[in-house]
Every structure is written in C-alpha cells, then in structure tokens.
Ligand binder design. Structure first.
Ligand SMILES: C[S@@+](CC[C@H](N)C(=O)[O-])C[C@H]1O[C@@H](n2cnc3c(N)ncnc32)[C@H](O)[C@@H]1O
Length: 282
C-alpha cells in the first residue's frame, strides 16, 4: 500500500551552504536546470510586456534572471534573494554576462531581500513579476498566501506574472523512485537538496487551492511532470502567445532534451505522475 508523502518544510529555508549554492549555480548554467530556464524564458518572453519593470522573487544566483532578461532588452529587473551568498554570485554572473551583453548591467539590479517583506514596494509598481522555484521555501501556506496577496498589490492590473515550482510527489514510494532513478547520477549534495525541495513542495492541488484563497485572480495554471506553472499574461500579447503556443512546450519540452529527462519521464509515469494538463481560469 503506497504511503502518503506529507509536506516537510526545508530545514534551511535560505540557500546559503557553499556547496549547495555553487552546485545549484552550475546546474543553472549547464545542467539539470538549464532546460527549465530555457523553457521558462520562452514562456516569459511570450507573456511579458516588451518594456517596464519586473520583480524577480528569490532569484538565486541569477542565471534564470539573466536568461530571460537577455531576451527582453527594454525590461528592467529588480531581482532579490534572502541569501547574501546567492546575491554575491548573481552579481558576479551579471558582471561576466555583461562582458558579452553590456546592456544587461543596466537592466538588472540584484539585491538581498526577503519575500516576506514585500510591503517595501509601492502598490502597482511592477509591470511583471517572476517567482521561480521559490514558493516551496515557505514555512506554510499562510506565507504563500501573504506573498500572493502582495504580488496582487504590487503588480499593475494589466501586468504579467510567471510562477513556477516543483510539485511534491503523492507518495513516499514515488519520491524514492525519483531519487533512485532520476537523481542517481548527481552528487549527493544536489540529490539531498532536490529530495528536500520535493518534500517541501506543495502538491499541485494544494498550490492551486492556495492561489484560489489568495486575492490573485485571472490566472491560468498548467501542470506536468516537470512542475507547475501559474501565470497571468500581458493581455496585449494574447494573440502572440496563442500563436506561438510556447506554453505547450511545457508539456512536450522534456521529449526534446537529454536522455536522462526521457528516462525521468518514464519513471514519473511509473510513479503514477503521468503528464497531464489542467488549465483553468479562476
Ligand atoms: C531554488 S532557488 C530558485 C532560484 C531561481 N529563482 C531559479 O529559478 O533557479 C530558491 C531561492 O529562494 C531563496 N529564498 C528562500 N526564502 C526566501 C525568502 N524568504 N525571500 C527571498 N528569497 C528566499 C533561496 O535562498 C534560494 O536562493
């Protein structure tokens, strides 16, 4: 009989361990996280306005921020993370990327900040907001609701939003399977961090329920074995977005990348986490 996997918040909510930070950063440049970043940057490009100010909540070492900002040259980004170590690395990554794309330096500002202190931003001051792999660092659903309510307040009514996160597997067996088959080739530090993150994540159902309880509305959500995307697009982009169908890549993307993802997909299927899409307007 499969055993239900309960949510266990991360022990270290902030990523500050030197090995975890540097491995996470490396994976964002060349490894495991890279395809997720490319996919997300495609979607962000389709749903965001071409110019304005964006807030990136929990930007980590900034690899993702740099990836999507490069594609939207008139976007300015305020990107923050609670971990000073992550922000130091993000600034270094920005300096290096700016050698090739000097405009980036003017576009992005990395700073230390706490997503539980979003009151510091004025109402309706952002044209776009990104929150990627950060919500699962919350202690409980009340913290997530706080963040979502604040997002609603600081985002302009016509603004765009992109939330991405992991989904907690349903059972202990599914988590074990993921660890054994999907994460087998990774150093133990990344394996442990990823398992802890999966355990700390909300189930897709929980997260969508949390969004419903918040003051955010007009959101769409999409679920696949890769995670959950919750978004609000810049309405003037709707036709471009529908034509480009870039979000559909979220479902099919895994097929076009490295073999380990394909075996990962099979494994997810065995674990009863088959691909499915639940798109709903609230
Ligand atoms: C898994 S990383 C995600 C980084 C990046 N957004 C990405 O998509 O790769 C999550 C980040 O959230 C940060 N974090 C955790 N709690 C936070 C908080 N309360 N405020 C801001 N950042 C936080 C962690 O330090 C970590 O760098």
């Amino acid at each position: 009989m499969p055993r239900k996997l309960k949510r266990v918040p991360e022990k270290d909510l902030v990523m500050s361990d030197i090995d975890s930070v540097s491995f996470y950063d490396k994976e964002g440049l060349l490894g495991f996280l890279r395809p997720v970043y490319l996919m997300g940057a495609d979607i962000i490009t389709a749903i965001f306005p071409k110019k304005g100010v964006c807030l990136d909540i929990g930007c980590g070492s900034g690899r993702y921020t740099i990836e999507y900002t490069t594609r939207i040259p008139l976007l300015k980004v305020v990107a923050f993370d609670l971990s000073p170590r992550m922000i130091r690395l993000a600034k270094k990554n920005l300096r290096e990327s700016s050698l090739i794309k000097p405009n980036l330096n003017k576009q992005i500002n990395f700073e230390v900040g706490n997503m539980l202190n979003l009151e510091r931003f004025r109402s309706q001051s952002f044209d776009a907001i990104v929150c990627s792999y950060t919500l699962h660092h919350s202690i409980d659903k009340d913290e997530v609701i706080y963040v979502l309510d604040q997002i609603k307040r600081i985002l302009k009514p016509e603004g765009a939003l992109y939330i991405y996160d992991l989904i907690r597997p349903d059972t202990i067996e599914a988590l074990k399977l993921i660890e054994e088959k999907f994460l087998r080739d990774y150093p133990s530090i990344f394996r442990i961090d990823t398992v802890n993150s999966l355990r700390a994540s909300f189930s897709a159902k929980e997260l969508i329920e949390i969004v419903r309880q918040s003051s955010l509305n007009n959101l769409e959500h999409f679920i696949s074995s890769r995670g959950v995307i919750i978004l609000k697009l810049y309405e003037r982009n709707r036709s471009k977005y529908e034509e480009s169908k870039s979000l559909k890549e979220f479902i099919s993307y895994s097929k076009s990348i490295k073999a380990r993802y394909i075996s990962g997909l099979k494994m997810f299927k065995e674990a009863g986490l088959d691909l499915h899409k639940l798109s709903a307007r609230q």
